[in-house]
Ligand binder design. Sequence first.
Ligand code: ATP
Ligand code: MG
Length: 560
Amino acid sequence: MEDTKMEKEVVSKNFIEQIIDKDIEEGKCETVCTRFPPEPNGYLHVGHAKSILLNYGLAQKYHGKFNMRFDDTNPTKEKEEFVESIKADIKWLGADWEDRLFFASDYFDQMYEAAVKLIKKGKAYVCDLSPEEIREYRGTLTEPGKESPYRGRSVEENLELFRNMKDGKYQDGEKVLRAKIDMASPNINMRDPIIYRVAHMTHHRTGDKWCIYPMYDFAHPIEDAIEGITHSICTLEFEDHRPLYDWVVRELEYPHPPKQIEFAKLYLTNVVTGKRYIKRLVEEGIVDGWDDPRLVSIAALKRRGFTPESIKNFVELCGVSKSNSSVDYAMLEYCIREDLKLKKPRMMAVLDPIKLIIDNYPEGQVEDLDVENNLENEELGKRTVPFCRELYIDREDFMENPPKKYFRLFPGNEVRLMHAYFVKCESFVKDENGNVTEIHCTYDPETKCGSGFTGRKVKGTIHWVAAPTAVEAEVRLYENIIDEEKGVYNEDGSLNLNPNSLTVRKCYVEPALKEAKAYDSFQFVRQGYFCVDARDSRPDALVFNRIVSLKSSFKLPKQD
Ligand code: ATP
Ligand code: MG
């Protein structure tokens, strides 16, 4: 039973791998060359991570090549800043493009020549219709389009006008170059699409050399063909553009035309992934930048404490499919818990401190307890945890009037202090507002953890931090910024935000955490996994982001 299951797993391939296998078998290609082609107009998010790891993973699996290519053909929205952040994010994810870094803008000359070639073949023409007229002439899903009156221009006239376009003789929008395909095509993308437009703009790499820029649907297949991409993997919204992609590579007569394959985008429930939303959250100051740990940009995931391994596992679990669906954020949380479980020390931190005083413990005495860092992984070694008369415990671990089945501290009850002794609650102190400020206990010296004590048992174990040596720190607890069930927008168009998406707390942590550095992460027992915030943490004022709590409602789907 187990054996066949294993075999099945080994041979099961996603639909893209099946296409590649067939292409190799039929001799259409020897191996694969894939690419990741972001537009440098924003930061990458977890959806892009899927695309990156998919493309990079295929290149590795087939011993092929992986190109990193900036699709920088639209100078309006692009910035150098994004080029650098995108490169850093992809490196961090572990996708290595080696020396295969390309910019679509490096092909502008070749794209211009490609357009000239189409004109010479009678497959492209310069059109003077205004943008509104072009829209009008395009028709609708149910009605065919109307041919432009400029469609019949001669090759010579088109060549001259296109040259004039390049030479800056026209204003933006005055003329465009269109592919001559079929105004009656049921596919609107094939109704003489625009392939070049006039735009007097400075490009972040080519400066003012060009005042005409190619449109995405024309540029992208050319970029792929020039680089020898075998399988151009993109998301489903480009499915209707595939006939145009194929038309471009066919008419330009590339000897090894690339093949476009579409897969479904990754969406996460209750999480905003679209660049537009993230931009809005940043610009409206709702979050503190593109790497705010509540976002799912790659920079944010890194800052929050996610690891490349966890993201890789996550996208693998999501699989590759042809139909759009949304994946539960809990699955991403599951992946980071699994990754950190055995790798990180389990420390004690008190997030909502209240004093606990052990009245019969000698004043001034400090015991250094020898504690395993991770009981499931001995290799992480041991650390020293000081124990003394005055401790902090979490407020929720004490109740004056507990309900049934509450096994933590309450008057008269005995619990274990983790790694230390049994203590029994004798009394407590309240302030004038009725808030508990101190809990008084006695301890039993016989019950030291690891002493071999086999007497009575207690049902509750609570964590603590010794007060005199406790390190004060800040913790940031997160929830989703948006609750989809309640709607992403309010009636007035503003974003419907979760007011509890960020909770900041002053807390106490063990002295062993004093040396923690940016991106170091730990389990805080019973509280979750935490990571030192790379932006705001200082050696004398530590800040921890909660990556994820320990509780999970997520179960790995059964594989059949
Ligand atoms: P967004 O819609 O979030 O702004 P985009 O598609 O405009 O993203 P690009 O820079 O054009 O961003 O995308 C680069 C590559 O990443 C493209 O191949 C695109 O299909 C892919 N990609 C973008 N979003 C996702 C996603 N959610 N899941 C998988 N792949 C994605
Ligand atoms: Mg895009």
